[in-house]
Design a protein around this ligand. Structure first.
Ligand SMILES: [Zn+2]
Length: 437
């Protein structure tokens, strides 16, 4: 089924044809409203995606308020298009024919995520259900390299990931590139990535889907790293929770999710908690400001404050990860490291308390290096928030560590690709059957 499907996708779909005619240097994005049929397909598919293999045709009818024959035929369409499979008989106690459980396919359509970060590059391929099936991290400092060379390395890793994915029956249908900074998603431009030293950099021309081994009309897009990391929190997104996600490495990025949706702001730059001022005349920051959170709570800031030599040893992830070094020194009772971690925690708490005073949301998720440093940093952050967030006594916010660590951005980036199929499967179905249009 897979090959004819791909051929069909390459030659059909009016929206796709229009998108591939986009001018050089811009990202091809779908920009159409789903039809009523498309919306119903999406509702049924979302139901199956959220059901984790425990949902039947009758459940879909009940949950979507579509009648049984409509939901049944939607499911049949989704199965014949290769998005859904029957996974077995659902156990139940009542009499009658037992219903069949449905799940997303575990082969075929997939998503590729690539992360360019300051001291590592990462790739991840997820299947349609968002499960990571391939991951690779290359730790190497990217500072001082020509951005074009960095992107070439990232694209080569991405192409290798697509190749490996195909070996296990997956076909990535698009790519999202996660970058630690302000990005202009529509123009595929990195506006400012202070820790990489990048600014005003148009990258669209370098993100060629064919070079990655993707279908020529595949959607390739750019996204902020912390936004991608937040998209890895599947349970919170499904439950439509509002949360602030803080992702720390060398920089400190952040994403604001309101009722399960990323809140991007006017330019897509919202949630830059890392550049909230925690000390008026503090150290200069790559963003042009002074005393920003990341100058206190980023990994190199912590190491510097602990008196470690410059350039600071260690990387965010991989062997010799900074978090291991920090934990070792804390366990050994190193007073300077204890103070550096405490200072970082107080700075995060101060910034988070300000965000909570502004936003009144229920949950803060700490990710990136804070995933590993949670036991050290969480109590300090919680205490700081309790003393500075005005509503803390009446509605204490939950402050937790993330489900995924430094692998979250590439994972969330890959999931954003398959999410597009889940949100609008009709595009996929029409491509699978061009005569039905
Ligand atoms: Zn800053």
């Amino acid at each position: 089924v897979r090959e004819p499907l791909n051929q069909a996708r390459a030659t059909t779909g009016s929206s796709r044809r229009a998108l591939s005619a986009a001018p050089e240097g811009t990202v091809r994005r779908p920009a159409r409203r789903p039809s009523p049929r498309g919306e119903n397909l999406a509702r049924a598919l979302r139901c199956i995606a959220d059901g984790d293999g425990e949902v039947s045709r009758a459940d879909i009818s009940a949950r979507t308020a579509l009648n049984r024959s409509t939901s049944g035929s939607l499911v049949d369409e989704l199965i014949s298009a290769g998005l859904v499979r029957e996974v077995g008989i659902k156990v139940r106690s009542t009499a009658g024919r037992p219903p069949t459980s449905l799940a997303l396919v575990d082969a075929g359509p997939a998503g590729l995520g690539i992360e360019v970060n300051v001291d590592h590059l990462a790739t991840c391929v997820v299947d349609l259900a968002g499960n990571p099936r391939y991951r690779r991290v290359v730790t190497a400092d990217q500072r001082g390299r020509d951005p074009r060379d960095v992107l070439r390395s990232a694209m080569a890793l991405g192409a290798a990931a697509v190749h490996e994915a195909e070996e296990i029956g997956l076909e990535p249908q698009g790519m999202t590139l996660a970058v630690p900074g302000l990005v202009d998603v529509d123009r595929a431009r990195v506006v400012l990535a202070p820790n990489l030293g990048w600014h005003d950099l148009t990258v669209g021309a370098q993100l060629d889907p064919v070079e990655l081994g993707l279908p020529p009309d595949a959607v390739v897009t750019l996204e902020n790293e912390a936004n991608c990391a937040a998209l890895s929190e599947r349970r919170l997104l499904r439950s439509r929770t509002s949360f602030l996600y803080v992702h720390a490495g060398i920089g400190v990025g952040s994403a604001l999710v309101l009722r399960g949706e990323l809140h991007r702001g006017r330019n897509g730059w919202s949630g830059e908690v890392g550049h909230l001022t925690v000390e008026h005349d503090g150290p200069a920051c790559g963003c042009g400001g002074r005393g920003c959170l990341e100058q206190y709570a980023g990994q190199e800031a912590v190491l510097r404050a602990a008196g470690l030599p410059s350039p600071v040893p260690g990387t965010s992830t991989g062997p010799g990860a900074v978090s291991e070094l920090v934990k070792e020194r804390v366990d050994g009772g190193d007073p300077r490291m204890l103070e550096a971690v405490g200072r970082a925690g107080r700075a995060v708490g101060l910034a988070v308390a300000q965000a909570l005073n502004l936003l009144d949301i229920e949950l803060v998720v700490l990710g990136g290096i804070y995933y590993d440093l949670g036991p050290l940093i969480l109590p300090v952050v919680r205490a700081e928030v309790a003393s500075r967030y005005a509503g803390a006594r009446w509605a204490p916010p939950r402050i937790v560590t993330a489900v995924h660590g430094l692998d979250a951005p590439a994972l969330g980036a890959a999931r954003s690709v398959v999410q597009r199929i889940i949100d609008d499967p009709s595009d996929w179905l029409d491509a699978a059957d061009p005569h039905r249009r």
